[in-house]
Design a protein around this ligand. Structure first.
Ligand code: MN
Length: 239
């Protein structure tokens, strides 16, 4: 096709997918989500409860689709194909600018802000995948699997290297820890990931979860908290 017939602006053959986004505390603007990176086994007590040695092995990552993000206070249908939906409360690092091979001492400059997230997991499907040596996507990367609170910009929150993190199900405390327990800290994690891929503005990183992961049933309310960052509440409805 001659250049003269090329469309002036990008046009698409189907409707353009809606941009996934997260609310920002104190702003009417949104944070657009590009990729969701999740760190596996970043608290020793959780690594142990999942049957792994918590020695400081290099961090590993898996992804969720960007449109898995769900706003705070959502009522979420119980997901299909599972009998064991579980909560994982996590600090979420929201990347504000692009970079690669980022040194640890520059890594925090790449953070726009932080929020509270739930890495919701179809544990039965994840366990099957592990046994069979298959990818984790069926267990981790499903629709509506990443509820998040509004983002607090670093100008207000600073960088949370310590602080209480907990989750309650129907009012009962299930997970309780401290951000200081992260095996790989925020700056180390960004630096490590940026050696493997160029991290991009809009990427978010879920930092892993403390011990106490467990099931959530239809009708139950999940409440999460991270000191200085915020709170999240979601409820599960019949799927
Ligand atoms: Mn997790």
């Amino acid at each position: 096709m001659p250049d003269s017939q090329a469309p002036a602006a990008k046009q698409y053959v189907i409707a353009q997918p809606e941009q996934a986004a997260i609310a920002v505390e104190g702003s009417d603007k949104l944070f657009p989500v590009r990729r969701i990176w999740c760190v596996g086994r970043n608290y020793a007590d959780h690594a142990r409860e999942m049957g792994h040695d918590p020695d400081r092995e290099p961090p590993f990552f898996f992804q969720k689709p960007s449109d898995a993000v769900m706003p705070n206070h959502s009522a979420i249908p119980y997901p299909p194909m599972t009998k064991d939906l579980q909560h994982e409360i996590e600090l979420v690092v929201c990347i504000g600018k692009s970079g690669k091979n980022i040194p640890k001492d520059k890594a925090l400059d790449y953070v726009y802000g932080y929020c509270v997230g739930l890495d919701m997991t179809r544990r039965d499907l994840q366990t099957d995948a592990k046994k069979l040596g298959r990818p984790w996507e069926p267990g981790k990367s499903f629709d509506q699997s990443a509820p998040v609170s509004a983002i607090v910009p670093t100008s207000k929150s600073g960088h949370p290297f310590k602080g209480e993190i907990w989750v309650k199900v129907n009012g009962a405390v299930k997970q309780k820890g401290d951000l200081a327990q992260h095996i790989w800290q925020i700056d180390e994690t960004i630096s490590f990931l940026s050696d493997y891929v160029a991290i991009e503005a809009g990427d978010i990183i879920m930092m892993g979860t403390p011990a106490g992961v467990g099931p959530v049933a239809v009708g139950e309310k999940v409440e999460g908290h991270i000191a200085g960052i915020g709170d999240i509440t979601v409820t599960y409805t019949k799927g």
